[in-house]
Design a binder for this molecule. Structure first.
Ligand code: MAN
Length: 351
């Protein structure tokens, strides 16, 4: 299938973003949600920052105090072998009875705007900055769904309590309102369908079971976008496929003549993240009509195979322009790529 990467990818990198305070450096701008607003393409991007290295052999972990909302630094000695530093994204306490972990960076959500969907100007200030006790390690991986005149933004909120999904709403991409946590721990990769189906809203989500089973995509229903129920497994992992280890929803479902098209990410046994698709029944979205046998986009360009966490393509948003889907994807927890394809061409690959 002909998915076309933009020739000058990545379209946004950390060099394009100012740090949110003078003690920070930006280490990644990635995993963007996307929407069309007043003739512009707006991306809600995840900006990951960390304290600049002070050169004293210590790591300062950025944390927002859940009570005061103020930024703090937790100090960890890089030589302290009670911690495991092997994952660039997370520092874990070894042999801890409850798997205690810190993130090496803290993320917030910032907006970037473009007239042509290709050249973006990223704002200097954060849009959604971590504020409460569920967000003290950061807010991540926004997805935007337009319902009537409102744009609903889901984010993973990360803290010592685990990962929950927070919902916010904006009508102007200048201010926003927090609507609370709509899925409890441990749940992320939440995408809301853009309209009611048979009188109810639907969302895909990805709970993680600590006891049994792989992380897979679930589907849930709601009457008001806040209270979700009737949770069911939608799609599982598949042994010996590109999505063998875990899967999660990526882009909010796109309505097509053949059903709902969901572009999702799958992780294989080598921890490579690729993008594939599910086609869901138009009137009963818990029913899968077709699925990708092979990834539609997989890490293969140099800028995708090397990064902060290498070998990741992670789609979170898309817009339709001139009969093409503009797919915005996070690259290796570093930067943002653009790939374009026709919806019909994607549908034709599904079996
Ligand atoms: C995983 C990765 C990281 C992310 C954490 C917390 O480790 O997706 O990028 O920061 O989860 O959500």
């Amino acid at each position: 299938m002909d998915i076309k990467r933009y020739e000058f990818n990545p379209i946004i990198t950390c060099r394009d973003a100012e740090p949110s305070n003078k003690n920070f450096e930006v280490i990644g701008v990635f995993n963007p949600g996307a929407a069309e607003y007043e003739g512009e393409t707006v991306l809600a991007v995840r900006v990951a920052e960390r304290f600049k290295d002070s050169g004293d052999g210590h790591i300062k972990i950025p944390v927002v105090d859940g009570e005061s909302g103020l930024l703090k630094a937790l100090d960890i000695d890089k030589g302290d072998m009670t911690y495991d530093f092997s994952d660039s994204r997370v520092i874990r306490k070894r042999e801890s009875s409850h798997d205690f972990a810190y993130l090496t960076s803290m993320s917030h959500i910032r907006l970037a705007r473009s007239k042509d969907g290709v050249n973006f100007k990223i704002e200097d200030r954060p849009f959604i900055f971590p504020k409460n006790k569920y967000e003290s390690f950061g807010v991540e991986d926004p997805r935007i769904t337009k319902i009537e005149d409102s744009y609903y933004i889901t984010c993973s909120a990360v803290s010592q309590y685990g990962i929950v999904t927070a919902l916010s709403v904006t009508t102007d991409f200048r201010s926003y309102k927090r609507l609370g946590n709509i899925f409890g721990t441990e749940n992320k990769d939440v995408v809301i369908f853009p309209e009611k189906i048979n009188g109810r809203y639907f969302a895909l989500n990805r709970p993680v079971s600590k006891s049994t089973g792989d992380p897979v995509i679930w589907i849930s229903e709601s009457e008001d976008l806040i209270h979700w129920g009737n949770h069911q497994v939608l799609a599982g992992t598949r042994k010996n496929f590109w999505d063998s280890k875990k899967i999660g929803a990526g882009i909010p479902p796109i309505k097509t003549g053949s059903g709902w098209l969901e572009l999702y990410h799958g992780v294989d046994d080598q921890e490579h993240y690729s993008m594939g698709a599910l086609l869901l029944d138009s009137s009963c979205p818990s029913k899968i009509i077709a699925r990708s046998e092979k990834p539609i986009l997989k890490p293969q360009e140099n800028y995708e195979t090397e990064g902060f966490f290498s070998n990741v393509v992670f789609p979170c948003g898309a817009v339709e322009k001139q009969n093409q889907l503009y797919i915005y994807y996070g690259i290796s927890d570093n930067s943002i790529g653009l790939a374009t394809a026709k919806v019909e061409d994607i549908l034709n690959t599904l079996v």
